[in-house]
Design a protein around this ligand. Structure first.
Ligand code: ATP
Ligand code: FE2
Length: 328
């Protein structure tokens, strides 16, 4: 079975093609970006509409397939921006009708976890999902993917992008902060804000802005201190989730999973606990269509069927609202 998956939850429009063994045959994407990285929903929507046809063609070429070879259409039904989500949903409905094949709408966050599990061979991990807009600690418990900890304000990726803007690094800030931090040595104390299992970044953000403006410290030291502080918060909460839920695997995914210092901290924590640790391969950790296609395959194979009338997008679809029919 071949599934074509469509991702359009935010600024990335992606088309992936995956087979029922989880092999990624194509993964084409295009990201709408602005200088500052802020997202303009109408412009992002126009970007998706304009590129849709080309990306589908490119994905078919990459996979050496024809449109008529596709057996199933999957699309991200939420969470995300209503307008951009609708571009993916409309594309999915059109392809499904045109080819006379089924379609399934899947949850974007859950798709991140399942493609990560497929590629790392982890079976039942605590997942730390760190991207621009999302920062969540998720694990499967009581027939659902439950969120055990999450950001109370912004996603850690967006936080790093904002800190990068204060320092004049350009967008995206995450990789730039990582580079700067490698050269930093002196730790400058920053607010460490964990509330129960949740964490927040706005306090740290304000403090870093003040410190950058004060010009008392180098950006290298500030980048270093920023990473040490917020990644320690994420590692601490992940460790507590592992301990409370009693899982013995940790999966790191999302765009920020590319960060070596975060990986190092989690690796150390997992080693000390005797827990297996894996990072989702980079090509599949950011937003893309292959994860949506794979999620479509596992849900369809487990019996999920949807009528067109049931494919309305849900911008606020929470991870723990997803009915998990594929884990027995
Ligand atoms: P989502 O819609 O799931 O929130 P997204 O649209 O933000 O995802 P991703 O590709 O998952 O997209 O993540 C992008 C984020 O990852 C950006 O904020 C970027 O700064 C951050 N990032 C990328 N590489 C690194 C890195 N090496 N270190 C830290 N952050 C990074
Ligand atoms: Fe994502």
């Amino acid at each position: 079975m071949l599934c074509l998956g469509i991702e359009s939850t935010a600024h990335t429009f992606g088309i992936g093609i995956v087979n029922d063994k989880g092999k990624v045959l194509a993964n084409q994407r295009s990201m709408y970006t602005t200088e500052k990285g802020g997202i303009h929903p109408i412009k992002a929507t126009n970007h998706h509409i304009l590129l849709c046809d080309e990306l589908i063609k490119n994905a078919l070429t990459e996979a050496k397939l024809k449109l008529s070879d596709i057996d199933l259409i999957a699309f991200a039904q939420g969470p995300g921006l209503g307008q951009t989500l609708r571009t993916g949903a409309v594309t999915a409905r059109t392809l499904s009708k045109l080819l006379n094949i089924p379609l399934v709408g899947v949850n974007h966050c859950v798709a991140h976890i399942e493609i990560g599990k497929q590629k790392t061979k982890l079976e039942d991990p605590v997942t730390l999902y760190v991207s621009g807009a999302n920062t969540q600690i998720i694990a499967y418990a009581g027939n659902r993917y439950r969120v055990f900890g999450e950001t109370l304000d912004i996603g850690v990726g967006k936080f790093l992008d904002t800190v990068g803007r204060f320092m004049g690094t350009g967008f995206p800030g995450g990789p730039a902060i990582e580079k700067l931090a490698e050269k930093g040595k002196n730790y400058i104390e920053l607010p460490y804000s964990i509330k129960g299992m949740d964490f927040s970044f706005s306090g740290v953000q304000t403090k870093v802005r003040q410190l950058v403006e004060s010009k008392k410290h180098s950006n290298k030291d500030l980048a270093f201190s920023t990473q040490e502080t917020v990644f320690a918060m994420l590692t601490e909460a992940t460790e507590r989730a592992v301990a409370h839920i009693g899982k013995n695997e940790v999966l790191l995914t999302g765009g920020v999973a590319a960060n070596k210092r975060l990986t190092q901290m989690l690796e150390k924590m997992c080693k000390a606990r005797g827990v297996k640790f894996e990072v989702c391969p980079r090509a599949l950790s950011g937003d893309q269509g292959a994860m949506i296609a794979w999620q479509g395959i596992i849900e369809y194979s487990a019996g999920k069927r949807q009528k067109i009338s049931e494919t309305k997008v849900d911008g606020k679809w929470r991870t723990d609202q997803v009915e998990v029919n594929w884990i027995k």
